[in-house]
Design a protein around this ligand. Structure first.
Ligand code: F6P
Length: 548
C-alpha cells in the first residue's frame, strides 16, 4: 500500500523553508560569481549515466542547494516512490493504476507483478508478435489486398499515440528503410488526412490505427475516413484485413471497427499514453528501423531505468535534472523550460516532451486533492538549434524572463558534412557560455562600444542551462534520453506531491466539443445555452454554412 505523505504542508516544512532561505543567497550571487569563487565547478557539477553526460554547473545552485533538495526529496519519499513504481504498485492513485512503462523494456527474465500476474511475458509476447509482423512486411510476404507489398505506412493516432511515433521516426530516420514511406495523421483537420494520402497508392498502404482507448474522436474519425478511402479504391471490405492493423488496449472496439483481433497489437492500462512509445504504439518505429534496432532502443531505456532505480539521489541523472527543474520552477518562479536539441533529427523531441511533461505535471492539486500553494509543471517548448538562435533566443538572452534551458547535443554527427558538425556543436557550447556569463558594460566599453549603445548591448547573463551530451544519436541513445526525461518528470511530480500519471484536465473540452458538434450539425437552429460568446460563435459558423 502506498503511504500518503503529508504533502499538503510542503511549504511549511523545515526542509522547504531551508531551501527558501538558501534561495536568498542567489540575490547576491550570479553564475559569474559562482564560477569565480569555485573555478572547478564546471568539472565537478557534472554526472554521467548510461552513455549520457550532464553538465549542470551553469545552474544557479551550489552543492549545498543539491543537498537541501535531496533532503526534501527524501522527505517526499522519492526513493520509496521509485521503488513502488518499479514494483508495480498502483501509484497512479486517481486512476487506481500501476505505472509500469518500465516493464515495456524489462529484460525477458525479469519478474514484475501486477495484480498477482508477472507482466513481462505478456510484454515479450507482443514484442515477438510485432517483430514477426514487421518481418513479413519487410520481406514482402505480408501482401495488400491486390497482392502488392506494403510500401507506405500511415500511423493514425493523436497525443501519446502520435507524438512518440512521429518523434521516434524523425529521430531514427537515419536508420530507417528508405524504400518505404512513413506518414503520421493526427489532426481532425481533414487537411492532415488529405495531404498524407494524396500521392499514395491505397493498394500499397498500411494503416496503423493507434489508440489506447480506441474511442478518441480524432483518431476514430481519421480511421473511418481512411477505411472509406481504401474501400473507394480497392472496392471491398475484405481489403480492410490486409491494410489495417490496430494498436490498442480495447479489443472490443477494435473488432467493432472491423479489424481482426489477430491484427491487433495490445498493451495495458498500466502504460500511460505519453509513456507508450516503446510499447506496441511504436509499431511504426519498428517498421521503420526493424526489430533489432527497436530492441536496441529498449536496451537504452533499460540502462537509464536501472540507473534511476539504483544510483544514489546525489548522482542520479534523472533525479538531478528533476531537482533542478523543481528548484528553478518553485523557487525562482521560472515558469518555462526551453528544450533545444542541437540535432536536426530531434526536431520533434520538444513537441514530444511537451506532452510528456505538461500532461504529467500540469496539476493544481496534490494527490490528496488539496490545492497546491506553489507552482507545478513548467511549460516546455523548443526548437532545434541553431534555428532557434535566429529567432527567439533574443528573448532568452535579454528578455525580462529567465528561461532555463536544456541544450542537447552529440559528439559525432550521423551525417559528417565538411565543417557543419563542428559549427553546430560550437554554437551549442557558445550559447551555454553566453547565457551564463553574458557581456558586461565594462567589457563593452573596453571593446570601444559607444556609450549610447551600451545599455542595448549588455547581456546580463545568469541564465541557467543544462548541457546534455551523448556520443551519437543511436536507437539506444534515444531510449536513454527519453527515459531520462520520463524519470525526471516523475521526480518533479513526487516533489510536488501530485499524480503525474492522470490527465483529468483534458476531459472537459472533449465533453463540450461533443455537444457543440451536434449544435453545429443540427438541421434546425438549436436553442443554445452556452455563454454569449460561445453562442455567437456557433451562430456565426452556422450562418456561414447556410451560405455555402
Ligand atoms: O486527450 C488526451 C489523451 O487521452 C492523451 O493522454 C492520449 O495520449 C491521447 O489522448 C490519445 O488517447 P488514445 O491513445 O486513447 O487515443
Amino acid at each position: 500500500m502506498e503511504k500518503q505523505t503529508d504533502v499538503d504542508t510542503l511549504t511549511q516544512r523545515p526542509s522547504w523553508l531551508a531551501l527558501k532561505e538558501h534561495h536568498a543567497l542567489f540575490r547576491e550571487k550570479n553564475l559569474q560569481s559562482l564560477f569565480q569563487e569555485d573555478p572547478k565547478r564546471g568539472e565537478r557539477l557534472t554526472t554521467s549515466a548510461a552513455g549520457l553526460f550532464l553538465d549542470y554547473s551553469k545552474n544557479r545552485i551550489t552543492e549545498e542547494t543539491l543537498r537541501l533538495l535531496t533532503v526534501l526529496a527524501r522527505e517526499q519519499e522519492l526513493p520509496e516512490q521509485i521503488d513502488r513504481m518499479f514494483r508495480g504498485e498502483k501509484i497512479n492513485t486517481t486512476e487506481h493504476r500501476a505505472v509500469l512503462h518500465i516493464a515495456l523494456r524489462a529484460a525477458r527474465e525479469e519478474v514484475i507483478v501486477v495484480d498477482g500476474e508477472n507482466v513481462v511475458p505478456g510484454v515479450y509476447a507482443v514484442l515477438d508478435k510485432m517483430s514477426s509482423f514487421v518481418r513479413k512486411v519487410h520481406d514482402g510476404s505480408w501482401k495488400g489486398h491486390t497482392g502488392k507489398p506494403v510500401r507506405n505506412v500511415i500511423n493514425i493516432g493523436i497525443g501519446g499515440s502520435d507524438l512518440g511515433p512521429v518523434m521516434a521516426f524523425e529521430a531514427l530516420r537515419h536508420y530507417s528503410r528508405r524504400e518505404m514511406t512513413f506518414r503520421f495523421i493526427s489532426n481532425i483537420d481533414g487537411t492532415d488526412f488529405t495531404e498524407a494520402t494524396r500521392d499514395l497508392d491505397p493498394a500499397e498502404t498500411l494503416f496503423i490505427v493507434c489508440s489506447k482507448t480506441f474511442t478518441t474522436l480524432e483518431t476514430m474519425t481519421n480511421a473511418s475516413t481512411a477505411r472509406a478511402w481504401l474501400k473507394a479504391s480497392l472496392g471491398s471490405d475484405a481489403a480492410i484485413a490486409r491494410h489495417f492493423v490496430a494498436v490498442s488496449t480495447n479489443q472490443e472496439e477494435v473488432q467493432r471497427f472491423g479489424i481482426n483481433p489477430e491484427n491487433m497489437f495490445g498493451f495495458w492500462d498500466w502504460v500511460g499514453g505519453r509513456y507508450s512509445m516503446d510499447s506496441s504504439i511504436g509499431l511504426s518505429t519498428m517498421l521503420a528501423i526493424g526489430p533489432e534496432r527497436f530492441l536496441e532502443m529498449l536496451s537504452g531505456f533499460r540502462k537509464m531505468d536501472h540507473h534511476f532505480r539504483s544510483a544514489p539521489l546525489e548522482q542520479n541523472l534523472p533525479v538531478i535534472l528533476g531537482l533542478l527543474s523543481f528548484w528553478e520552477n518553485s523557487f525562482f518562479g521560472c515558469g518555462t523550460r526551453g528544450i533545444f536539441p542541437y540535432d536536426q533529427y530531434l526536431k520533434r523531441f520538444p513537441a514530444y516532451l511537451q506532452q510528456l511533461t505538461m500532461e504529467s505535471n500540469g496539476k493544481h492539486v496534490t494527490k490528496s486533492g488539496t490545492r497546491v500553494n506553489y507552482d507545478t509543471g513548467p511549460i516546455f517548448w523548443g526548437e532545434p538549434g541553431t534555428n532557434g538562435q535566429h529567432s527567439f533566443y533574443q528573448l532568452i538572452h535579454q528578455g525580462t524572463r529567465i528561461i532555463p534551458s536544456d541544450l542537447i547535443g552529440f559528439l559525432h554527427s550521423l551525417n559528417p558534412t565538411g565543417p557543419h558538425h563542428t559549427i553546430l556543436v560550437a554554437n551549442l557550447f557558445a550559447q551555454s557560455e553566453a547565457l551564463a556569463f553574458g557581456r558586461t558594460a565594462e567589457q563593452l566599453r573596453q571593446e570601444g562600444v559607444p556609450e549610447s549603445q551600451i545599455p542595448h548591448r549588455v547581456c546580463e547573463g545568469n541564465r541557467p542551462t543544462n548541457v546534455i551530451l551523448a556520443d551519437r544519436l543511436t536507437p539506444e541513445t534515444l531510449g536513454t534520453l527519453i527515459a531520462l526525461y520520463e524519470h525526471s518528470v516523475f521526480t518533479q511530480g513526487t516533489l510536488w506531491g501530485i499524480d503525474s500519471f492522470d490527465q483529468w484536465g483534458v476531459e472537459l473540452g472533449k465533453i463540450l466539443a461533443k455537444r457543440i458538434i451536434s449544435e453545429l450539425e443540427a438541421p434546425k437552429d438549436p436553442d443554445l445555452s452556452h455563454d454569449s460568446s460561445t453562442n455567437a460563435l456557433i451562430r456565426r459558423f452556422r450562418n456561414a454554412r447556410k451560405q455555402d
